[in-house]
Structures are given as structure tokens and as C-alpha cells.
Design a protein around this ligand. Structure first.
Ligand code: SF4
Length: 505
């Protein structure tokens, strides 16, 4: 991945010239910067050039002096830098500013006299490097969110998913490992103008950049995305600036759903007026399952009609005996959150701590969920969070109460309460966390791996999204698997947020 820095032929005088193999060639930069600093070369006397950066002043200084002539650093001469500098430099190297290498070299040279330099936030070099690192982090986040793979076929007949992406900075090298964790079983390639990444299910290989015309244009999944995006777009809540900040225009051309944005924005005002003028209707019911369940769902929904407020509903819930779970549990745990929340999250059931507190998602899984929401940029206070089953199902073991999965009949019995909560909140997007929640909302058993992260409609025709339950992450035995799954979970929640912002939820 990282070819060593290639110095030009020696010359008697003039600036030192370093050619790097690619724009994010951190390993070569690091080795060369150490060598230059150990030899006491003034950072102002070095010209850093990158093979693929068109605006680099190639040839401006002739051949320059060769760093090959400099001695390797010894333990005595090697520059010292705080550990934090390494991660800062790894990010800054990916920035698109041509001066990034000189800036990092200058910082490295200054540590000898100013070992606490990174603590001085007002220092212009430090401030600039931190801003650049932030830009790179944001760019990497956008890549995770807006890469869209199109299905193609390799020469051996196996499927390969190829994405074309034009990042603002050189972030492919640092972001590609995320996609190996996100899509470990898929063969994929991500092509950008200056780098490409290829995953064969086992090995990640980085290669040179590509041009747009070698990437495929579309596949059958794109209609699905467009339909979904159009279905959940809420013209009454459209905030064009917020949407464009979240989903910058530069990425639109590679996103199938983006072609709907302009017409949806254009028609937003008239659609919002029509929404206001239209009589209140229940959600559409279009699927066979929905038809089969209609009479039952109507009866269930009538539960909600008996209550004027959510507090009334909660009081009634406390007396529910529709299934045996009410017996051993401490109390029923209703959902909570904003009554006008655009997004509702539905978990499985309360856990041990939720059962005692009477509040959803306050135990270890809830805390993990809070962290993931924050990492995905979702404000929990603007959501409504509940469970498919309102009483804790457990098996006593000594002093402990061990969680038990609710049965289909228990999920079914409790569906009345979830439906009633949804009638109060009327979320535009309902996110199922795990298979039990999906079972309740869809009326059938689902395989999470197959449906996760894809647009779907719940049985009542309302827009949905499915991801794992946070307790799944807590059950994973090893740390690296937990970290990988956490990344995937945050990516799913980030998608939820992007959908909600982009569609004005
Ligand atoms: S789990 Fe649901 S249906 Fe069963 S008793 Fe509790 S509230 Fe009622």
C-alpha cells in the first residue's frame, strides 16, 4: 500500500525534494519526515510532491536534493513526538491541502523545543492541523454514509459490488477498513479519482485511482431506494439548508435517491398545503399480511382510541393481563419520548433495570444505545423509544433474573399497546431494533441479516427501517467483533438520521 518515498537524484544545493507515491501516503511521509528532522533540515527547505496531485509544482525546483543522502535516524537523533501527534498526522495527511506535509513536518520539528505544543490550541500550526483533521473525519463520515454500491459480475461469474465516489479529501485509505467490517462477505470495490480499494472477502487491496466511466451506472436496487426516499419525504418539515449540509450536493450525482431531491423540494410547498387540507387518515394498508390482520389491528387500535392522553394509556397499561408476562414482572414499562417525534425506535422488551425503573432503555443496552445515537448524531430527546413487549420476561436463577426471549404469542398479545403508542405519536419512520420488534411490526418472522439497513414498509404500510438490538452487541464474546458490530450499528443509525434530515422528518 505504501511505497517508500522516492527521492530525486542528488544535487549539490537547493531545496530537498520528496516524491510520495499517493496523496495519503502516510508511511512514506512519516519515514521521510523523521529522517529530515533527525538531520536538522529546515522544513522550509523541503518540497513535498505527490505523484497524482495535479497542482503539485512538479519540476519547479529541478531534481532537488535527495533525502537518500541523509543518514537514518538513530535512537539519539530520532525526533520525539507525543502519541497524539501520530493519530493527528494520520488524519491530516489525508487532507487535500498541498501544504499538509510541510505543516506536519514543521510540527514534528518543533516538538524538540516545545514538547507540549499540541496543548496550545491557539498555536496557528496546531489549530490548522486540528481543523484539517476535523475536515478529514467529516469527509470519512460522508464516505461511510453516501457510498452506493452497484452490482456487477467479475470475470469468474461471481458478483462484485462497485461504487464510484468522489471524496473531498483523500480519505479512502483510512475509510476502506470500515467497509470490510460493514460488508465482510461481499466482494466490493470503491473507486475514487486518486485511489481505489478492493475487497475479496479476505484481503483489502489498495490501488491507483480510476475514472468515472469504469464504474457501473445503476442496478435494480436503485428503484427501491428511490421509492423509499419518496415515500418518507415530509414536505411540511423540509429544511433545505440542513438537508444540504447533511447531504452535500457534491455527493448527489452518485446517489440513486438524490435525483428525487430537486423535484421533491420544488413540489414541497404544494404538497404541504395538500397535507394540511386533507382529512386525517390512518396509514395505508397494502400488503396481504396487512389485509389479513386488518380487523384485528382495528380492534387493537381501538385500545388507543379509549385514551385521550398517553398518560391515560400508560395507566391502563399498568393493569394489562393480556398475557402471562404481567405476573412475575415488577411493572409494565411504557415507551417515552417526544410526542411529536418523527422517529420511533422499538426494542424487544424491558430488561432487568428497566423493569425496576419503569423506563425503557436505561440498562446496559440502553446506555450503549445512547452512545450509538450520539455517535450517529441523533438527539434521543427528539425520538420516541419503546418496546414491542411491555413486561420483562425472565427466568430466576439464584438472585439473578435472566432475560428470556418473548414468544410469538406474547409479542402478538402486546402488539395492541405498541399500536396504541404509534397512534399517539404517529412517527414518520419506525425503526425496529432486533427481530422481536420487527416481528411485531411486520407480523412475520424476519432474518435481520437479509433486511437490515434496507428500505421496507411495515405491515400497516408505514415506512420502516431495521437494525440489530443493542443487547446483541453486548452479547458478543470478543472485543474486536464488538467494535466491528458497533461500527455497523452506528452506520445504520447514521443512515436513519440522514434519511430523517434529507426527507424533512
Ligand atoms: S407483556 Fe404486554 S400484553 Fe403481556 S401483560 Fe404485559 S402489557 Fe399486557
Amino acid at each position: 500500500m505504501t511505497a517508500p518515498a522516492r527521492a530525486a537524484a542528488p544535487a549539490a544545493s537547493g531545496p530537498w525534494r520528496v516524491d510520495l507515491a499517493h496523496p495519503a501516503d502516510f508511511a512514506a511521509f512519516r519515514n521521510t519526515a523523521r529522517k529530515l528532522t533527525a538531520a536538522g533540515v529546515d522544513p522550509r527547505d523541503v518540497v513535498w510532491q505527490v505523484a497524482q496531485e495535479d497542482d503539485a509544482p512538479r519540476g519547479l525546483f529541478g531534481t532537488g536534493r535527495s533525502v537518500d543522502a541523509l543518514p537514518e535516524p538513530t535512537p539519539e537523533t530520532a525526533p520525539r513526538a507525543p502519541r497524539a501527534f501520530l493519530s493527528l498526522a494520520e488524519a491530516v495527511v489525508c487532507h487535500n491541502a498541498p501544504e499538509r506535509f510541510a505543516l506536519l513536518h514543521r510540527l514534528l520539528a518543533r516538538f524538540a523545543a516545545e514538547p507540549k505544543l499540541l496543548d496550545i490550541a491557539s498555536d496557528p500550526d496546531v489549530a490548522k492541523a486540528r481543523t484539517m483533521a476535523k475536515n478529514v473525519a467529516r469527509c470519512s463520515h460522508k464516505m461511510k454514509a453516501f457510498v452506493r454500491f452497484r452490482e456487477t459480475t467479475d470475470a469468474d461469474g461471481t458478483a462484485r459490488f462497485v461504487a464510484w465516489f468522489e471524496p473531498e479529501h483523500h480519505t479512502l485509505d483510512r475509510t476502506a477498513p470500515f467497509f470490510t467490517r460493514r460488508f465482510p462477505e461481499m466482494r466490493w470495490s470503491i473507486l475514487t479519482p486518486d485511489r481505489s480499494a478492493h475487497w475479496d472477502g479476505e484481503t483489502l487491496t489498495m490501488g491507483p485511482g480510476a475514472s468515472r466511466d469504469v464504474a457501473p451506472d445503476g442496478d435494480i436496487n436503485e428503484d427501491l431506494w428511490r421509492t423509499y426516499f419518496g415515500a418518507i419525504f415530509n414536505p411540511a418539515r423540509l429544511k433545505v439548508k440542513a438537508m444540504q449540509s447533511e447531504m452535500p450536493k457534491r455527493y448527489w450525482k452518485n446517489m440513486p435517491e438524490a435525483e428525487l431531491i430537486a423535484p421533491l423540494i420544488k413540489s414541497a410547498a404544494s404538497r404541504a398545503e395538500a397535507m394540511v387540507a386533507a382529512p386525517a387518515l390512518g396509514p395505508a394498508r397494502s400488503t396481504r399480511i396487512a389485509r389479513e390482520r386488518r380487523s384485528e389491528a382495528d380492534a387493537v387500535a381501538a385500545l388507543g382510541d379509549h385514551f385521550e392522553t398517553l398518560a391515560d394509556l400508560k395507566r391502563a397499561l399498568g393493569h394489562c393481563t393480556r398475557c402471562p408476562l404481567h405476573g412475575p414482572a415488577t411493572q409494565a414499562v411504557p415507551g417515552e419520548g417526544a410526542l411529536d417525534a418523527p422517529i420511533m425506535f422499538v426494542g424487544e422488551q424491558p430488561g432487568d433495570q428497566e423493569d425496576i425503573a419503569g423506563k425503557p432503555f436505561v440498562g446496559p443496552a440502553g446506555q450503549l444505545f445512547d452512545r450509538a445515537l450520539a455517535d450517529a448524531g441523533i438527539d434521543r430527546n427528539r425520538t420516541f423509544i419503546t418496546n414491542a413487549v411491555k413486561h420483562f420476561k425472565f427466568e430466576p436463577r439464584g438472585k439473578r433474573r435472566i432475560h428470556q426471549k418473548p414468544s410469538i404469542s406474547e409479542i402478538h398479545a402486546c402488539e395492541a399497546w405498541l399500536t396504541a403508542e404509534r397512534r399517539f405519536v404517529r412517527p414518520r419512520l419506525t425503526v425496529a431494533l432486533g427481530a422481536s420488534a420487527a416481528r411485531s411490526l411486520l407480523g412475520r418472522t424476519v432474518t435481520i441479516g437479509k433486511m437490515r439497513g434496507k428500505p421496507l414498509d411495515w405491515a400497516d404500510g408505514t415506512p420502516g427501517f431495521l437494525t440489530v438490538h443493542p443487547s446483541f452487541l453486548l452479547r458478543l464474546p470478543d472485543e474486536s467483533a464488538r467494535r466491528a458490530e458497533y461500527d455497523k450499528f452506528v452506520a445504520d443509525l447514521s443512515r436513519v438520521r440522514e434519511i430523517s434530515v434529507a426527507t424533512g422528518l
